[in-house]
Design a protein. Structure first.
Length: 313
Protein backbone atom coordinates (compact mmCIF):
# COMPACT_ATOMS: atom_id res chain seq x y z
CA UNK A 1 0.00 0.00 0.00
CA UNK A 2 2.87 2.41 0.81
CA UNK A 3 4.51 1.90 -2.58
CA UNK A 4 1.14 2.34 -4.30
CA UNK A 5 0.54 5.63 -2.44
CA UNK A 6 4.09 6.81 -3.20
CA UNK A 7 3.64 6.14 -6.94
CA UNK A 8 0.38 8.04 -6.98
CA UNK A 9 1.91 10.92 -5.03
CA UNK A 10 4.88 11.21 -7.39
CA UNK A 11 2.67 11.13 -10.46
CA UNK A 12 0.51 13.81 -8.84
CA UNK A 13 3.58 15.99 -8.29
CA UNK A 14 4.58 15.66 -11.96
CA UNK A 15 1.03 16.50 -13.03
CA UNK A 16 0.97 19.57 -10.77
CA UNK A 17 4.24 20.80 -12.32
CA UNK A 18 2.88 20.34 -15.85
CA UNK A 19 -0.38 22.13 -15.03
CA UNK A 20 1.35 25.16 -13.52
CA UNK A 21 3.87 25.31 -16.37
CA UNK A 22 1.20 25.30 -19.07
CA UNK A 23 -0.98 27.77 -17.12
CA UNK A 24 1.98 30.14 -16.64
CA UNK A 25 2.89 30.04 -20.33
CA UNK A 26 -0.70 30.59 -21.50
CA UNK A 27 -1.36 33.45 -19.10
CA UNK A 28 1.77 35.38 -19.99
CA UNK A 29 1.57 34.57 -23.69
CA UNK A 30 -1.89 36.13 -23.93
CA UNK A 31 -1.32 38.85 -21.38
CA UNK A 32 -0.29 41.63 -23.77
CA UNK A 33 1.19 44.71 -22.11
CA UNK A 34 0.52 43.65 -18.53
CA UNK A 35 2.11 46.69 -16.89
CA UNK A 36 0.07 49.04 -19.09
CA UNK A 37 -3.14 47.21 -18.18
CA UNK A 38 -2.35 47.52 -14.46
CA UNK A 39 -1.37 51.21 -14.59
CA UNK A 40 -4.21 52.25 -16.87
CA UNK A 41 -4.30 54.17 -20.15
CA UNK A 42 -3.44 57.53 -18.55
CA UNK A 43 -0.08 56.40 -17.13
CA UNK A 44 3.10 57.63 -18.79
CA UNK A 45 5.51 55.22 -20.43
CA UNK A 46 8.06 55.83 -17.66
CA UNK A 47 5.49 54.83 -15.03
CA UNK A 48 4.62 51.72 -17.02
CA UNK A 49 8.29 50.78 -17.38
CA UNK A 50 8.93 51.25 -13.65
CA UNK A 51 5.90 49.11 -12.79
CA UNK A 52 7.07 46.40 -15.20
CA UNK A 53 10.49 46.41 -13.54
CA UNK A 54 8.88 46.17 -10.07
CA UNK A 55 6.93 43.11 -11.17
CA UNK A 56 9.91 41.55 -12.93
CA UNK A 57 8.14 41.66 -16.29
CA UNK A 58 11.26 43.00 -18.01
CA UNK A 59 13.04 39.67 -17.47
CA UNK A 60 12.84 36.67 -19.85
CA UNK A 61 9.78 34.48 -19.38
CA UNK A 62 11.78 31.40 -18.37
CA UNK A 63 13.56 33.44 -15.69
CA UNK A 64 10.25 34.79 -14.37
CA UNK A 65 8.82 31.27 -14.24
CA UNK A 66 11.84 29.74 -12.48
CA UNK A 67 11.68 32.52 -9.89
CA UNK A 68 7.95 32.00 -9.35
CA UNK A 69 8.37 28.22 -9.17
CA UNK A 70 11.15 28.51 -6.58
CA UNK A 71 9.01 30.79 -4.42
CA UNK A 72 5.94 28.57 -4.85
CA UNK A 73 7.96 25.56 -3.67
CA UNK A 74 8.53 27.39 -0.37
CA UNK A 75 4.86 28.36 -0.02
CA UNK A 76 5.22 31.92 -1.33
CA UNK A 77 2.83 32.44 -4.25
CA UNK A 78 3.68 36.11 -4.66
CA UNK A 79 1.53 39.20 -4.27
CA UNK A 80 -1.73 39.98 -6.03
CA UNK A 81 -1.28 42.90 -8.41
CA UNK A 82 -4.50 44.74 -7.63
CA UNK A 83 -5.18 44.08 -3.93
CA UNK A 84 -1.43 44.10 -3.04
CA UNK A 85 -2.16 41.20 -0.65
CA UNK A 86 -0.22 37.90 -0.52
CA UNK A 87 -1.78 35.46 -2.98
CA UNK A 88 -1.69 32.62 -0.45
CA UNK A 89 -3.64 34.73 2.03
CA UNK A 90 -6.22 35.70 -0.60
CA UNK A 91 -6.72 32.06 -1.60
CA UNK A 92 -6.76 30.49 1.87
CA UNK A 93 -9.25 33.09 3.13
CA UNK A 94 -11.71 31.88 0.46
CA UNK A 95 -10.75 28.19 0.43
CA UNK A 96 -12.71 27.26 3.55
CA UNK A 97 -15.89 28.78 2.14
CA UNK A 98 -15.70 26.80 -1.11
CA UNK A 99 -14.70 23.59 0.65
CA UNK A 100 -17.69 23.86 2.99
CA UNK A 101 -19.95 23.97 -0.08
CA UNK A 102 -18.16 21.24 -2.04
CA UNK A 103 -17.73 18.85 0.88
CA UNK A 104 -21.32 19.44 1.98
CA UNK A 105 -22.55 18.75 -1.57
CA UNK A 106 -20.40 15.61 -1.74
CA UNK A 107 -21.83 14.27 1.54
CA UNK A 108 -25.40 15.03 0.47
CA UNK A 109 -24.81 13.49 -2.96
CA UNK A 110 -23.28 10.35 -1.46
CA UNK A 111 -26.07 9.72 1.05
CA UNK A 112 -28.93 10.48 -1.33
CA UNK A 113 -27.36 8.69 -4.31
CA UNK A 114 -26.61 5.51 -2.37
CA UNK A 115 -30.15 5.43 -0.98
CA UNK A 116 -31.76 6.05 -4.38
CA UNK A 117 -29.42 3.72 -6.27
CA UNK A 118 -29.89 0.79 -3.89
CA UNK A 119 -33.64 1.37 -3.72
CA UNK A 120 -33.94 1.42 -7.52
CA UNK A 121 -31.81 -1.71 -7.93
CA UNK A 122 -33.60 -3.71 -5.24
CA UNK A 123 -37.23 -2.63 -5.70
CA UNK A 124 -37.20 -2.08 -9.48
CA UNK A 125 -40.62 -1.35 -11.06
CA UNK A 126 -42.01 2.17 -10.75
CA UNK A 127 -39.42 3.12 -8.12
CA UNK A 128 -36.63 2.35 -10.57
CA UNK A 129 -38.34 4.38 -13.29
CA UNK A 130 -38.87 7.31 -10.92
CA UNK A 131 -35.18 7.30 -9.94
CA UNK A 132 -34.23 7.17 -13.62
CA UNK A 133 -36.40 10.21 -14.34
CA UNK A 134 -34.91 12.11 -11.39
CA UNK A 135 -31.41 11.23 -12.58
CA UNK A 136 -32.23 12.43 -16.08
CA UNK A 137 -33.50 15.74 -14.70
CA UNK A 138 -30.34 16.09 -12.61
CA UNK A 139 -28.24 15.69 -15.77
CA UNK A 140 -30.41 17.87 -18.01
CA UNK A 141 -31.24 20.91 -15.85
CA UNK A 142 -28.31 23.38 -15.56
CA UNK A 143 -27.03 24.06 -12.06
CA UNK A 144 -27.77 27.79 -12.19
CA UNK A 145 -31.44 27.08 -12.99
CA UNK A 146 -31.67 24.75 -10.01
CA UNK A 147 -30.01 27.43 -7.87
CA UNK A 148 -32.44 30.13 -9.04
CA UNK A 149 -35.40 27.81 -8.53
CA UNK A 150 -34.33 27.04 -4.98
CA UNK A 151 -33.89 30.74 -4.23
CA UNK A 152 -37.35 31.62 -5.54
CA UNK A 153 -39.16 28.73 -3.84
CA UNK A 154 -37.36 28.16 -0.52
CA UNK A 155 -35.88 31.61 0.15
CA UNK A 156 -38.23 34.18 -1.38
CA UNK A 157 -41.61 32.42 -1.32
CA UNK A 158 -41.29 30.33 1.85
CA UNK A 159 -38.55 32.28 3.62
CA UNK A 160 -36.89 29.17 5.03
CA UNK A 161 -33.33 30.07 4.07
CA UNK A 162 -31.17 33.05 3.19
CA UNK A 163 -31.38 34.01 -0.49
CA UNK A 164 -27.84 35.38 -0.76
CA UNK A 165 -24.76 36.02 1.36
CA UNK A 166 -22.57 33.93 3.60
CA UNK A 167 -22.25 33.80 7.39
CA UNK A 168 -19.03 32.24 8.77
CA UNK A 169 -19.47 29.20 11.00
CA UNK A 170 -17.62 30.82 13.92
CA UNK A 171 -19.98 33.82 13.83
CA UNK A 172 -23.26 31.89 13.90
CA UNK A 173 -23.62 28.11 13.32
CA UNK A 174 -27.31 28.51 12.58
CA UNK A 175 -26.72 31.40 10.20
CA UNK A 176 -23.93 29.45 8.49
CA UNK A 177 -26.22 26.46 7.97
CA UNK A 178 -28.95 28.68 6.56
CA UNK A 179 -26.52 30.36 4.16
CA UNK A 180 -24.98 27.15 2.76
CA UNK A 181 -28.04 24.89 2.53
CA UNK A 182 -29.36 26.15 -0.79
CA UNK A 183 -25.93 26.32 -2.50
CA UNK A 184 -25.16 22.78 -1.32
CA UNK A 185 -28.48 21.48 -2.66
CA UNK A 186 -27.94 23.23 -5.99
CA UNK A 187 -24.40 21.86 -6.30
CA UNK A 188 -25.30 18.30 -5.36
CA UNK A 189 -28.07 17.76 -7.93
CA UNK A 190 -25.90 16.61 -10.84
CA UNK A 191 -23.64 14.56 -8.55
CA UNK A 192 -26.67 12.73 -7.11
CA UNK A 193 -27.78 11.83 -10.63
CA UNK A 194 -24.38 10.47 -11.70
CA UNK A 195 -23.58 8.51 -8.54
CA UNK A 196 -27.12 7.11 -8.20
CA UNK A 197 -26.95 5.74 -11.73
CA UNK A 198 -23.57 4.12 -11.03
CA UNK A 199 -24.74 2.62 -7.74
CA UNK A 200 -27.90 1.27 -9.37
CA UNK A 201 -25.99 -0.43 -12.18
CA UNK A 202 -23.32 -1.85 -9.87
CA UNK A 203 -25.86 -3.22 -7.38
CA UNK A 204 -27.95 -4.84 -10.14
CA UNK A 205 -24.82 -6.46 -11.53
CA UNK A 206 -23.71 -7.64 -8.07
CA UNK A 207 -27.11 -9.12 -7.23
CA UNK A 208 -26.74 -11.50 -10.20
CA UNK A 209 -23.39 -12.85 -8.98
CA UNK A 210 -22.94 -16.35 -7.61
CA UNK A 211 -21.67 -15.20 -4.22
CA UNK A 212 -25.00 -13.50 -3.49
CA UNK A 213 -26.91 -16.72 -4.15
CA UNK A 214 -24.39 -18.62 -2.00
CA UNK A 215 -24.78 -16.21 0.91
CA UNK A 216 -28.55 -16.34 0.63
CA UNK A 217 -28.48 -20.17 0.58
CA UNK A 218 -26.54 -20.09 3.86
CA UNK A 219 -29.39 -18.28 5.55
CA UNK A 220 -28.16 -14.67 5.48
CA UNK A 221 -30.93 -12.11 5.22
CA UNK A 222 -31.32 -10.17 1.99
CA UNK A 223 -30.83 -6.80 3.69
CA UNK A 224 -27.62 -7.95 5.36
CA UNK A 225 -26.26 -9.32 2.08
CA UNK A 226 -26.99 -6.04 0.29
CA UNK A 227 -25.64 -3.72 2.98
CA UNK A 228 -22.58 -5.72 3.96
CA UNK A 229 -21.46 -7.48 0.78
CA UNK A 230 -23.14 -6.04 -2.31
CA UNK A 231 -22.49 -2.41 -1.39
CA UNK A 232 -18.84 -3.15 -0.64
CA UNK A 233 -18.34 -4.70 -4.08
CA UNK A 234 -20.25 -1.83 -5.72
CA UNK A 235 -18.31 0.90 -3.94
CA UNK A 236 -15.25 0.90 -6.23
CA UNK A 237 -16.91 2.19 -9.43
CA UNK A 238 -19.07 4.57 -7.38
CA UNK A 239 -15.97 6.05 -5.72
CA UNK A 240 -14.42 6.70 -9.13
CA UNK A 241 -17.55 8.54 -10.27
CA UNK A 242 -17.69 10.43 -6.98
CA UNK A 243 -14.09 11.59 -7.47
CA UNK A 244 -14.96 12.94 -10.91
CA UNK A 245 -18.05 14.62 -9.48
CA UNK A 246 -15.97 16.29 -6.76
CA UNK A 247 -13.87 17.92 -9.47
CA UNK A 248 -17.06 18.95 -11.25
CA UNK A 249 -18.39 20.44 -8.02
CA UNK A 250 -15.31 22.68 -7.78
CA UNK A 251 -16.15 23.99 -11.24
CA UNK A 252 -19.84 24.30 -10.43
CA UNK A 253 -18.98 26.36 -7.36
CA UNK A 254 -17.95 29.21 -9.68
CA UNK A 255 -21.54 29.60 -10.89
CA UNK A 256 -23.26 28.83 -7.60
CA UNK A 257 -21.12 31.30 -5.65
CA UNK A 258 -22.02 34.00 -8.15
CA UNK A 259 -25.75 33.25 -7.85
CA UNK A 260 -25.73 33.24 -4.05
CA UNK A 261 -23.08 36.00 -3.62
CA UNK A 262 -20.80 33.73 -1.63
CA UNK A 263 -17.17 34.90 -1.21
CA UNK A 264 -15.42 31.66 -2.17
CA UNK A 265 -12.79 30.58 -4.67
CA UNK A 266 -15.30 30.70 -7.52
CA UNK A 267 -16.09 34.36 -6.95
CA UNK A 268 -12.40 35.13 -6.49
CA UNK A 269 -11.57 33.33 -9.75
CA UNK A 270 -14.06 35.44 -11.68
CA UNK A 271 -12.66 38.64 -10.19
CA UNK A 272 -9.01 37.68 -10.74
CA UNK A 273 -9.63 36.60 -14.33
CA UNK A 274 -11.60 39.75 -15.11
CA UNK A 275 -8.83 41.94 -13.68
CA UNK A 276 -6.06 39.97 -15.40
CA UNK A 277 -4.35 39.43 -12.04
CA UNK A 278 -1.96 36.71 -13.22
CA UNK A 279 -0.26 35.90 -9.85
CA UNK A 280 -3.67 35.44 -8.24
CA UNK A 281 -4.94 33.31 -11.13
CA UNK A 282 -1.80 31.15 -10.92
CA UNK A 283 -2.28 30.74 -7.19
CA UNK A 284 -5.87 29.64 -7.75
CA UNK A 285 -4.77 27.17 -10.44
CA UNK A 286 -2.07 25.74 -8.18
CA UNK A 287 -4.30 25.34 -5.11
CA UNK A 288 -7.21 23.92 -7.12
CA UNK A 289 -4.98 21.45 -8.97
CA UNK A 290 -3.34 20.36 -5.71
CA UNK A 291 -6.78 19.85 -4.16
CA UNK A 292 -7.93 17.73 -7.10
CA UNK A 293 -4.75 15.62 -6.94
CA UNK A 294 -5.18 15.04 -3.20
CA UNK A 295 -8.82 14.00 -3.65
CA UNK A 296 -7.88 11.60 -6.45
CA UNK A 297 -5.15 10.14 -4.25
CA UNK A 298 -7.64 9.55 -1.44
CA UNK A 299 -10.08 7.93 -3.88
CA UNK A 300 -7.29 5.66 -5.19
CA UNK A 301 -6.34 4.65 -1.64
CA UNK A 302 -9.96 3.85 -0.80
CA UNK A 303 -10.29 1.74 -3.95
CA UNK A 304 -7.01 -0.04 -3.16
CA UNK A 305 -8.30 -0.84 0.32
CA UNK A 306 -11.53 -2.25 -1.15
CA UNK A 307 -9.85 -4.10 -4.01
CA UNK A 308 -6.19 -5.21 -3.62
CA UNK A 309 -5.91 -5.70 -7.41
CA UNK A 310 -5.97 -1.90 -7.81
CA UNK A 311 -2.56 -1.67 -6.11
CA UNK A 312 -0.98 -3.50 -9.03
CA UNK A 313 -2.14 -0.91 -11.57
Amino acid sequence: MFRFALRRLLSGGVLLFLITTVAYALLYAGGGDIARRIMGPNATQDQVDRRAAELGLDRPLWEQYSSWLGQAATGDLGTAWFSRQPVLTEVTDRLGVTLSLVIGATVVATVVAVALGVLAAVRRGWIDRAVQVLALLGFAVPGFLIALGLVVLLAIELGWFRATGYIPLDHSPGGWLSSVTLPVLALSASAVAAVAQQIRGSVIDALDRDYVRTLRSRGLGFRRVVLKHVLRNSAGPALAVLGVQFIGLLGGAVIVEQVFSIPGLGQLSVQATGNGDIPLVLGLVLVTAALVIVVNLLIDLCQAALNPKVRLS
